[in-house]
Each structure stands twice: as C-alpha cells, then as structure tokens.
Write a protein that binds this ligand. Structure first.
Ligand code: MSP
Length: 471
C-alpha cells in the first residue's frame, strides 16, 4: 500500500467551467480510482486560481467586488467538479488565508534566488506572461491563444534566478526522475529549458492589484504563476507541516499549454525549497469543437454542463476518456457524442447487461463464489503508463468479445432445450467475463459499474430501466 498524491491544474475563475477543464479532472480521477482499486492511499487536490488582472478586470466589468466575484465563481467550479464525479480530497483557493500566508513564506525561503531588476518586453495578460521578441514577431504581435495584441510593458520587478537550477532540472528530466509525458513534450521542455531566461515573479502594485503582496515590499505583488504553482504544496500544509508523507506528487495533470510552467518554474521553486520534484507530469491535449479551437469570439464554446446533462455522467466520462487520447488533442461534436452513446455505451454495454441479467434471472442462474480475477497485465501496464484511452479500449474489447461469445453460445437455445447444466456453465462464464471487464471499467465509469456489480449480485436482478436509456 502506497501513498499517492495526485494534482490537477487550478483553473482561473474569470469565466465558467469549460469543457477543457474537465480533462484534468477526468484523467486525474481515473488515476485516483485506479490507485484506490489497487489498495493505495490517495490524496487528490483540486482548486481555483483566483488572482491576477484578468479576474480583477472581469469583476470590475460586472461592477462587483473582486472577492464577491471569485467567491461566486469558485463555487461554480466546485459544483462542476462534484458533478463530474471526481473524488478529490483537498480543495484549495489561492485567496485562502492559509495559502496566501504560506506563499509569502515560500517567497522568503526562496529569497536567495530572487533579485530586483527592471525589464521591458511584450506581455500577454491572457497568458499572464512575457513573451520573447522572437515569439512576438512570429505571432505578428498578437497572442494566438487569446487573440489579443501583446502589450509593451516596462517595469521594475523581482526575478527568480532559474539559472541556479537549470542543470539540476535538465538532469531530472533526462533521467526521468521527473518523468514528462508524452515523450515528445519532454523533448520540447528540454529545449525550452535551455532557452529559458530568469522569470519575473512580481508586478508593481500599479499594474497588478489583485494578488499576494510581496513580503517586505508593499510596492510589489506576486506573479500569479508563482502563487498558483505553490498551491500543490500549500494545500498539504507546507511550510507549516511536514509534507513528506505525500510529497513528491505521483502525478500532476496539466494541459499542454501550461506544461512549460510545470516543467521549468515549478521544479526551480521546489529545488529552491529543497523539496523533491514531482514524479510525473502528465500533459494532455486540447479538446476541439468540430476540429476547431473553442473561442468565445467564434461562438463555438461547448458548455460542459449541457453535455453532462444530456445523457448523464457515465456518457460524459465515456466520451472524453475513450474517444479523447490522453496525450493528443481530441474532438467534440454532438454527432460523435450521440453516436458513441447509442452505438457503444447503450448497445455494447447496456444491452449486454440487460440480456445477460434477464436470461440469468429467468433461468435461476447462480454464480459460483469465485475469487475475483487479477487485473490483466496489459491493462495494468497501460494504466501505469497513463495511457487511459488505450486501457479503456482494452477493457471495451472484452465487452465486445462477450457480445460475440453470447451470440455464438446462444444460451437462450440451451434454455429452450432444457440443457440446465450447460446453460449454467455458459452463463456463469459470460457473466464472470463481464464482471472482469467491469472491474477494468470501474475507474472510468464508476456509477454504471457500481450498478452492474449490484445487478449481478445474489440474486441476479435485471435493471428495471436500461442502464443507458434510448433518448
Ligand atoms: N490557472 C492556470 C493553471 C494554474 S495550475 C498551477 C490555468 N488555468 S486555465 O483555466 O486556463 O486552464 C486550466 C486547465 O484547463 C489547464 O490544464 C488547461 O490546459 C486546461 N484547458 C483549458 N482549455 C482546454 C481545452 N480546450 N482542452 C483541454 N484542456 C484545456 O491555466
């Protein structure tokens, strides 16, 4: 039994939950459920990133206080995570008093690697970061992610000397002490690390009001990323308490756009604090809408709550965990979603459960008390490599095979002919195979799998309504 700490990126609360946010939670939740199934102790953090100009601006636009604005939105994110069936253990808000105080202590601990200097450069408020001259030129002065022109800013800031840690970070990435997945992103990060300058970690109060004050300098406020990254350890109680039972994290789940912060600034902070680096950074792709990046201006943003409400939680998790590869971009269209629900979830699994349970209860089939099968090695390997969509496929292949087996074995004709023993043997074989597949599906479709377990208990009771009703 191991202690496993899993983290998710904390979303900015300047808007409503987005379908993309669901990816961090769904993937991390699969990881958590899988480890609980193996008997590990799991601690699972989620939270909200509540500082920065974007949030301040949005509250002003609405004419309400920033605190009221972040309180309202943090609640919506929490409700959203609950709706996704995510079993997190800790929730952190970067405006929590304890977090703010701990981040200030972290700053002080890092002070040997912090210096003050003036800087002029191109800044994107959407990304909350400066870009290089080269990047600005390549993007023709407009941030491709936020469709906003970069601003020319000149300020006196505090800097974090990344140079002090580059060598150690490079070694940790090369040796997989901090494993970056997928591998092509690891190579990208090594290149970025080489080019990475020291980072500005504060802004003058005149430029950024809504943030954590720099200890000992009232004229400066901390850069949001320093504040946000620290959440993974402040939520465990650092530096007030010993976090070594849980830290280093086993896996940190982040989107591809923010991997760079987690692969460079974050390890530099940890090394500056003499803490170990996370064991794995799992970087997932983006969800596109009909092959296109979702954006408010294009008007193609998919509301995750609408998707969840259409067929329920299992259907949502089914689509985003099986039809979206863990590491690559995935696509959402209502058509694909409807087809996956009707043809796969309702047909392959829902009908199978219905058929087997009805036949079993009509013919009074009793399951032998048998020890549950071990999880297949192929499945374990895929799950351990965070290849969740592929592990899901592996389990689904078993479901499809049972569908073929049942058509071949024709238990209904055995029943008609009164071949009781053969029928008993055939049905227990099929049901046991289904229960084995069900175990593998448990981290992905927890609600449906619990129902299936209950259906095939003693006595076997077919569901009154189909598991996945036709719409
Ligand atoms: N606040 C920072 C994260 C700080 S973590 C210390 C942030 N917030 S965010 O709201 O912009 O993004 C939160 C997460 O959602 C990130 O992992 C991001 O990659 C993910 N996604 C946002 N849009 C996405 C898609 N369209 N598709 C998949 N995930 C994407 O960055």
């Amino acid at each position: 039994m191991k202690n496993i700490y899993i983290t998710t990126a904390i979303p900015y609360v300047n808007g409503m939950p987005h379908i993309g946010h669901a990816m961090d939670y769904c993937l991390a939740d699969v990881c958590a459920r899988y480890h609980r199934m193996l008997g590990d102790n799991v601690r699972f953090q989620a939270g909200t990133d509540e500082h920065g100009n974007k949030i301040d601006l949005k509250a002003r636009e609405l004419g309400i206080s920033v605190q009221e604005y972040v309180d309202n939105n943090a609640k919506k994110f929490q409700e959203f995570i609950d709706k996704l069936g995510v079993e997190y253990t800790d929730f952190v808000r970067t405006t929590d008093d304890a977090h703010v105080r701990r981040v200030q202590e972290i700053w002080q601990k890092l002070s040997g690697h912090i210096y003050k200097a003036s800087y002029e450069g191109w800044y994107c408020t959407g990304c909350e970061r400066y870009v290089t001259e080269k990047e600005c030129e390549e993007n023709h002065g407009v941030c491709p992610d936020h469709q906003k022109p970069y601003e020319r800013l000149s300020e006196e800031n505090y800097y974090f000397r990344i140079a002090d840690f580059k060598e150690k970070i490079r070694e940790a990435i090369l040796s997989n002490e901090m494993l970056i997945l997928p591998d092509y992103r690891r190579i990208e990060m090594l290149k970025l690390l080489d080019e990475s300058p020291d980072v500005s970690i504060s802004r003058p109060v005149s430029q950024l009001k809504w943030g954590v004050p720099v200890p000992g300098d009232e004229s400066q406020v901390m850069y949001v990323w320093l504040d946000a990254l620290a959440n993974y350890i402040t939520v465990l109680g650092y530096p007030d308490s010993d976090i070594s039972d849980w830290w280093p994290a086993s896996a940190e789940f982040v989107g591809k756009d923010i991997l760079r912060f987690h692969a460079i600034i974050w390890p530099a902070m940890l090394l500056g604090l003499s803490l170990p680096l996370p064991r794995t950074l799992v970087s997932h792709g983006f969800i596109l809408a009909n092959g296109q990046k979702m954006s408010k201006s294009v008007g193609n943003v998919v509301d995750p709550v609408e998707v969840l409400d259409k067929y329920g939680l299992d259907a949502f998790r089914y689509y985003f965990l099986r039809h979206v590869d863990t590491f690559s971009d995935g696509d959402f269209t209502w058509e694909k979603y409807d087809t996956a629900y009707a043809n796969e979830l309702a047909n392959d699994l829902g009908n199978l459960v219905q058929r087997l349970a009805t036949l079993a209860s009509k013919n009074d089939i009793k399951l032998d008390k048998r020890a549950p099968s071990e999880l297949p090695i192929e499945y374990r390997e895929l799950m351990d490599a965070y290849e969740y969509a592929r592990a899901f496929d592996f389990a689904w292949d078993k479901v499809q095979k049972i569908n073929r087996d049942i058509d071949e074995a024709k238990p209904w004709s055995l029943a008609k002919k009164g071949e009781v023993e053969k029928l008993q043997e055939c049905m227990t074989g099929l049901i046991c195979d289904l229960l084995d597949a069900n175990e593998m599906l448990m981290p992905f479709l927890p609600t449906a799998c619990e129902k299936i377990k209950a259906i095939f208990a003693d006595p076997i009771v077919p569901p009154e309504t189909p598991l996945f009703p036709k719409q």
